[in-house]
Design a protein around this ligand. Sequence first.
Ligand SMILES: Cc1cc2nc3c(=O)[nH]c(=O)nc-3n(C[C@H](O)[C@H](O)[C@H](O)COP(=O)(O)OP(=O)(O)OC[C@H]3O[C@@H](n4cnc5c(N)ncnc54)[C@H](O)[C@@H]3O)c2cc1C
Length: 515
Amino acid sequence: MSLILEQPMSQELLEKVLPDDLHNRALVDNVHPADWHNPEPAPRYNLVVVGAGTAGLVTAAGAAGLGARVALVERHLLGGDCLNYGCVPSKGVISAARMAAAVRDAGQFGVHVPDGWKADFAAAMERMRKLRAGISQHDSAARFRDLGVDVFLGDGHFTSADTIAVAGCTLRFSKAVIATGARAAAPPIPGLDRVEYLTNESVFSLTDLPKRIGIIGAGPIGCEMAQTFARLGQVMLVEAAHGILPREEPDAAEIVKGSLLRDGVRLLCCGKGIELHPRDDQIVLRVSSHGASHEEPVDKLLVAVGRAPNVDGLNLEAAGVAYHVKAGVQVDDRLRTTNPRIFAAGDVCSQYKFTHAADFMARIVVRNALFKGRAKASTLVIPWCTYTSPEIAHVGLYPREAEGRGIAIDTYTQELSDVDRAILEGETEGFARIHTKKGTDRIVGATIVAADAGDMISEITLAMTHGLGLKKIADTIHPYPTQAEAVRKVGNLYNRSRLTPFVKTLFQKWLAWTR
Ligand SMILES: Cc1cc2nc3c(=O)[nH]c(=O)nc-3n(C[C@H](O)[C@H](O)[C@H](O)COP(=O)(O)OP(=O)(O)OC[C@H]3O[C@@H](n4cnc5c(N)ncnc54)[C@H](O)[C@@H]3O)c2cc1C
């Protein structure tokens, strides 16, 4: 017997994420099929996974592949934020904005584009929806069913230390994983509750370019979207801190800020006293920035100020799982919650809110939950990247963090203006920077600002993960001309720093003697 879905996705949610078109119908057919029948639950599961974003999907597929009896519970769209309202749609639209910027700048390369060209926002969004629908096959309910996972669509919540209820069924488990992710946080801005604003869940359903869009929050999501909208239309970015990307190394963030401003982003940073007021069809944003008061009407407002873990409604108390509304589910280094049967992975329990981090946490959970493994999350070397132009990527410690831990460092920086490929591409603004433990070549952190910094950082992540020093990077042949040569050149800087006056004198004596 199979159970008819008791909690079909709400019409409201469908409309919010999905302007009705063929691509979105294809997406929903994959990740929340309307005619889905929840299976008859097994008497007991090795693993029940709540949430089918990256963390949940990787956990479920990994466990089922190893022969475990697995149930996967999802209340909205399989694929979670990454597929539906995060990485995939954002990078899809970013690629259109990059193309628009390339056409705009083509004259610098001797390619003359006739006046009157225009970026077609609606077409760019449709392209993104089409690509997203295609990618969604990987995360489809049918695919996971075929992998041997029992997929339950519905809102899951704990009813005891070893049971979860979903859509009228009770799922008994030996182990469970909370992988319910996070959502856009609603900051305490006066007037926010009186205006209709966009978050990452609704911004990708826009089909018409807003004449003027305001974005609150200059973190990674705010900056990526600000540059994208600026390249396709008009945007104002409001940030409470100074500049943008406050977490990044200041000179790295400054380069990205310059690029955003050149693209036409109007930045109101050090924003104080932000207030929102509805006025006719617009939202009026009042803010004081650097001593000047601004009153700016916008047609749409995107709020991108932090993420809140999805812990509400899970009834974690019934399962004895400790959590905090801001930090999420409490886990130890093995990703075990305060209930030893229950683990957590991904945005719901981690400060590293990235898809690749959720993926690798899920792998740890599979080992530790099913095989009494002792894998630790603290051993993961997690890079990240903000996909502005140029991109800004980081791995390991920032200098301030190294200082806070009492680790003395040496810093080596290679400017892109000395890298032939960057010169030829007209992308000389940026650098590759590596921090090593003082007096050694052991890498403790790195920042890259470059067109493809997100790709370039992987070489340094590999080195850090496997204990390869900066000297090994210097000894590795890189094809010429590539921007990744910048990373090898940082290695050269390290080698040159080893050439102390004493060593140099020895070399000179040897060379004089063998002349
Ligand atoms: C605009 C944007 C851009 C991003 N870009 C990038 C990027 O370029 N690179 C990158 O690495 N990361 C990026 N991220 C972050 C990335 O999307 C997340 O880190 C990742 O999706 C986390 O995966 P997760 O499985 O932990 O959670 P989620 O993907 O949020 O999945 C959690 C799932 O749990 C479900 N759920 C919640 N509660 C329940 C319940 N009670 N019962 C059943 N189901 C439930 C939710 O519906 C959801 O599907 C971006 C995020 C945003 C918002």
